[in-house]
Design a protein around this ligand. Sequence first.
Ligand SMILES: Nc1nc2c(ncn2[C@@H]2O[C@H](COP(=O)(O)OP(=O)(O)OP(=O)(O)O)[C@@H](O)[C@H]2O)c(=O)[nH]1
Ligand SMILES: [Mg+2]
Length: 345
Amino acid sequence: MNPFTKLKYIQSSKELLDIAFARASKLTLPKSKKPTHIRVREREIAKLKKVNEILTTRLEEVVKRFPNFDEIHPFYRTLADTVITIDEIRQALASVTSAIRIIRSIIKESIRKLRSIGTPNEARKLRSAAYGRISSVINRLELRLTLIRRAANEYRRFPSIDLDLPVIVVAGYPNVGKSSLVAILSSAKPEIAEYPFTTKKISVGHFPINSNEGQVLDIPGLLDRPMKKRNPIEQRAIAAIQYLADAIIFLIDPTLHCGFELSNQVALFQEITKVFVGFDIFPVLNKGDIASLNEIKIARSEFKRGGIPVINTLTDGDVDRVFRDIISRSEKIQEKLKHLLSQSR
Ligand SMILES: Nc1nc2c(ncn2[C@@H]2O[C@H](COP(=O)(O)OP(=O)(O)OP(=O)(O)O)[C@@H](O)[C@H]2O)c(=O)[nH]1
Ligand SMILES: [Mg+2]
């Protein structure tokens, strides 16, 4: 499951200061017969305490809502790292923690001084000086808060994947029909378009299986290039394969309508099988409605596999049969299903 769902909107420096100072200025103290200078002093102290409470609880909340990056599943850690590096986020969160400390010490010091101050004017001046120092501490955090907000917005939207349930990843070159396939196999409604690189984020769809649920993942298209040269979007796709896939459907467009050569798709397939040793990888030819017999024959021979099934996602009722066949041939999925069955007994 996505470990970042607790993240909320991260307020800006200005929003934090506005709310803290506004709440503090609305404070009303109980009526008292104490001399004016004492009452003013108490009021200024109460304001500082309020500002301290609001700022430190809100900033602590920002830090607390982030899970420990060392403890989350490597898939989510890798995904997070493709948005904003974990080092950067850690540094930003550390700056927030140290800002909390500084604010507390400013408040403490100011309250101590306020207690021994004589005139109301001096008390107000001292409190106002403390506000100034607090403002500059918070304003200095602005870039970090912006970074944390960006991370939180993206992290929160990561797909929620249940690792106890079977996971099938649909991989392949861009534009070969991966999203179209995921859309007909599952509850997912990914964007489908006639141009490559439509899918930029991983999405998950569910399908019923043996009174349980399976998950099928739509991932961004991959080009045939070394792992080191992959951009963050492709790195996400690779992370899904590496950490989540019980089985991989490698979807191929034999017609070249996707805009890429068959030789590139073959090279990608070879790369994936080389890198992900021991994974169940099932090549499937798509766009069977427009592929010629010759194109299918060439693809099968290039992939050095005779019986690669042919489907199409537009009209073909065979898709489900091919899918169920893959599920029955995937050892990892069968193991998971057996385990689920034994648990439900
Ligand atoms: N004729 C035909 N067109 C298809 C088939 N499957 C998908 N398409 C078309 O191929 C194009 C790409 O489909 P997508 O499902 O977006 O492909 P994708 O692999 O997810 O593409 P990226 O997200 O860009 O990697 C769209 O215009 C689809 O309508 C098929 O079986 N037959
Ligand atoms: Mg897609």
